[in-house]
Design a protein around this ligand. Structure first.
Ligand code: SF4
Length: 221
């Protein structure tokens, strides 16, 4: 079995379904995807709670909110000024071009949706793919630091390190359903947090026998 498929099966068996993304609405997923850039989810939760208290977790509220006020509310997530601009641009785009309807955006062809998201200043490929996968129902691989770190250590890397090369390499071996792709990303994050940290803890890792790094380090110890 191709290793990308094997890893999915192992992780699912070990950790069970993760049922991501933790959010009430698709727009909230989008907000979370922007806020989680370069910060932990705990910090995102603080910002989401502040936005919720202000009843501001919807397109019109974000679009109309003064940038300084939004920036203050999302301060716990870091880079709050930049992220406030991004959120306002995203909300404005959906409001003005898609009648404020995430559903309308969802119905566009996959490529078009990705191009539209990447056109918003502050949204790069990883954030766009988070949004595509968890808010706009597009099965795709999100290439984040956990994904790269785990596959590098396992011994599976693309010819060059670009985002697209990573995505193509993984796509080639695993074409999962929307649910499977959502689970795969979540499971890699769980593995990255539990075992495959910057300083990896390979003992008990569900991939240890198929991982180049893990096998060599465990046999050496
Ligand atoms: S065996 Fe070690 S290096 Fe390999 S995936 Fe697991 S934690 Fe990471």
């Amino acid at each position: 079995m191709a290793i990308v498929k094997t890893i999915y099966k192992r992780l699912l068996q070990s950790y069970g379904p993760q049922l991501w993304w933790p959010a009430e609405t698709e727009f909230e997923v989008m907000v979370g995807a922007v806020l989680t850039q370069h910060t932990s989810w705990t910090n995102v939760e603080k910002s989401i709670t502040s936005l919720n208290k202000k009843n501001a977790l919807h397109i019109e509220a974000i679009m109309q909110m003064p940038e300084t006020e939004l920036s203050t509310l999302i301060r716990p997530s870091g880079f709050h000024r930049v992220k406030a601009k991004t959120l306002i641009s995203l909300a404005t785009l959906i409001h003005e071009q898609y009648d404020g309807s995430v559903e309308k955006l969802k119905k566009l062809p996959s490529n078009k949706k990705r191009i539209i998201l990447l056109g918003v200043k502050g949204i790069g490929p990883e954030t766009a793919d988070d949004i595509l996968l968890y808010a706009l129902n597009e099965p795709c691989f999100v290439i984040d630091e956990y994904t790269k770190r785990i596959f590098k250590r396992v011994g599976k890397t693309p010819n060059n390190g670009s985002y697209n090369s990573w995505q193509k390499m993984l796509d080639k071996e695993f074409k999962g359903s929307l649910n499977e792709m959502r689970e795969y990303h979540a499971l890699l994050v769980v593995l990255g947090k539990n075992h495959c940290k910057s300083d990896p803890n390979c003992t008990g890792c569900p991939l240890v026998d198929i991982c180049v790094y893990g096998s060599s380090h465990m046999s050496a110890s």
